[in-house]
Design a protein around this ligand. Structure first.
Ligand code: FES
Ligand code: FES
Length: 158
C-alpha cells in the first residue's frame, strides 16, 4: 500500500514521516520517532496509557491514525518538562508517590495537563471524572488525585 508523507509538530519540533495509511499515531511516535513515553496498554481505547495531546486535547494514540493528525501539534510526555526541569505535575506525581510501575503515568500526566489548562481549580470529583478513562493497576488512584490537586494549587500560585 502506498505510503503518505506527513508532517507533525512533535514537542515543538517539526518532523516529516513516511507512513503506511493504517499506522497509528502511537506506532509512529514509538517506532519511527523513538518517543516511547506513550505506552501500548490495551490497544483498544480502554486504558489511556497511550494518551498524548493533539492541539492540547487528550487523544488515544492507539486508536488514532497518524495520517489523521497530519499538520497537527503533538505533545508527548517527553516534551512536557522545560529546560531540563520537570513540569509541576510530574514533580507532584513523584513527590506524592502517585507512580509505582509508571506504565500509566505519562497518560495520566498529559490528561491532567489538559484538565488544568481548561480548569485551573478543579475539585477532586472533577479530577476523578476527567481522568476516568485512564486506568492504573498499582496506586489505587488516591495519590494520583492528590498529585493533580497539588500541582493545580502550585500552578495557580505561579
Ligand atoms: S493503549 Fe490506547 S487506550 Fe489502551
Ligand atoms: S503506576 Fe502501575 S499502572 Fe499506574
Amino acid at each position: 500500500m502506498a505510503k503518505s508523507l506527513i508532517k507533525l509538530n512533535v514537542n515543538g519540533e517539526v518532523c516529516e514521516v513516511s507512513v503506511d495509511p493504517h499506522k497509528t499515531l502511537l506506532e509512529v511516535l514509538r517506532n519511527d520517532l523513538g518517543l516511547t513515553g506513550a505506552k501500548y496498554g490495551c490497544g483498544s481505547g480502554e486504558c489511556g496509557a497511550c494518551t498524548v495531546l493533539v492541539d492540547g486535547e487528550p487523544v488515544l494514540s492507539c486508536l488514532t491514525l497518524a495520517v489523521a493528525v497530519d499538520g497537527r501539534n503533538i505533545l508527548t510526555i517527553e516534551g512536557l518538562g522545560k529546560g531540563g526541569k520537570l513540569h509541576p505535575l510530574q514533580e507532584e506525581f513523584v513527590r506524592r508517590g502517585a507512580i509505582q510501575c509508571g506504565y500509566c503515568t505519562p497518560g495520566f500526566v498529559l490528561v491532567a495537563k489538559a484538565l488544568l489548562e481548561e480548569n485551573p481549580n478543579p475539585t477532586r470529583e472533577v479530577i476523578r471524572e476527567y481522568v476516568k478513562g485512564n486506568l492504573c493497576r498499582c496506586t489505587g488512584y488516591t495519590k494520583i488525585i492528590d498529585a493533580i490537586s497539588a500541582a493545580a494549587e502550585r500552578m495557580r500560585k505561579g
